[in-house]
Ligand binder design. Structure first.
Ligand code: 3HC
Length: 311
């Protein structure tokens, strides 16, 4: 049974009114936003690692500059999203402690290895492509700071996806070995990219409530279907084999049918047993510890400024 305050809150949500940080909100609304926004931020920060692996081995200076710019953008997205989460009354230190302790999730996709340069193409094209499909609706979600952060993020994300597809096009127009690299990267990233959208709607524990609060404007399966429908023609344009033999246009549905996702793999990765989970967390913890001296110096400087102001 909803309280009067919760009923009034839901009426604002239903009227499409943005909720701002200073507005009253049910604790559960605050909690699920902290959960989703902080994990979104963690995804951006950890998401820099797979691509960082190829900066020193980019094939040209131009590709290296583009990859560096993309990785830098992701860092910015992460900091932007931590700031959005802080408006809900949590501290960045606590959020980072949850990530480093393994308590907080980040997108499963970043627990896969980047084995060739073609993976940089597949990641931009498929991972950022999926992220865009997931993030565009979030620009219209009910929580003001989150929706506004998404508008800026989506603008930069489209550059990420385009440069990825450009890498794939270059490889597919190259030698047979280069085209084979692109095919291998597509085969390895296709299913994990579809897993980014979350469990099936039937298995999604948070969807119903998030939909009611207009945090989730489209269901996991709807957005996943959008990704498949958008990407199959792009695969065909590249002249690559479809990574899922069950993909078939369904005239009646007006969508592509496709095969069943390996949910065991999905839940294993979420449990921390993906190919790179331990390495990703170790790298993040080391980076944080190595940066302690810098944070201490900043604090010492701020304290001294404070002292000077008093005297
Ligand atoms: N990886 C890790 N965890 C996942 C996941 C995935 N791909 N998909 C779902 N989960 C988790 C959920 O977080 C939830 O666990 P929790 O309750 O402990 O948080 C559980 O699985 C059940 O899933 P639900 O569908 O019930 O949960 P949500 O309603 O939160 O939906 C979501 C999951 C669609 C990922 C949603 O949280 C969301 O839209 N998040 C914001 C967008 C986001 O995080 N995108 C992925 C980041 S990729 C990125 O942005 C980097 C890009 O710039 C390259």
């Amino acid at each position: 049974e909803l309280s009067d305050a919760e009923r009034a809150f839901q009426a604002r949500i239903d009227a499409g009114i943005r909720i701002e940080a200073k507005d009253w909100m049910p604790d559960a609304y605050r909690k699920t936003l902290i959960r989703q926004i902080s994990q979104h931020a963690h995804s951006e920060i950890v998401g820099q690692l797979p691509e960082g692996n190829w900066v020193t081995r980019a094939p040209t200076l131009k590709r290296k500059a583009i990859l560096l710019a993309k990785i830098q953008d992701e860092a910015g997205h992460g900091l932007y999203l931590y700031s959005a989460a802080e408006t809900l009354g949590v501290s960045r230190d606590d959020l980072l402690a949850d990530l480093h302790s393994g308590k907080a999730k980040y997108s499963s996709i970043f627990n896969y290895p980047t084995l060739s340069w073609a993976d940089m193409g597949a990641i931009g094209w498929l991972v950022d492509g999926s992220a865009i499909i997931n993030q565009i609706p979030l620009c219209r979600c009910s929580y003001g700071p989150y929706s506004r952060a998404m508008i800026r993020v989506c603008k930069e994300e489209s550059f990420h996806a385009r440069q990825g597809y450009d890498i794939m096009m270059t490889l597919c127009r190259g030698t047979a070995e280069q085209k084979a690299m692109a095919q291998d990267a597509l085969n390895r990233y296709w299913w994990p990219a579809l897993m980014m959208f979350g469990p099936s709607d039937a298995a999604s524990v948070n969807s119903a409530q998030s939909a009611q609060w207009r945090i989730k404007l489209f269901s996991n399966d709807e957005l996943r279907q959008r990704m498949v429908d958008q990407t199959v023609p792009q695969i065909e344009y590249l002249g690559l084999q479809l990574p899922d033999p069950a993909i078939k246009w369904n005239e009646e549905r007006g969508h592509y049918d496709f095969g069943e996702i390996n949910w065991d793999e999905f839940y294993q990765v979420l449990k921390g047993n993906g190919p790179c989970n331990r390495e990703r967390l170790r790298t993040r913890v080391k980076a944080y510890d190595d940066g302690a001296w810098f944070r201490d110096a900043l604090q010492a400087h701020a304290d001294k400024q404070q002292e000077n102001k008093k005297s």
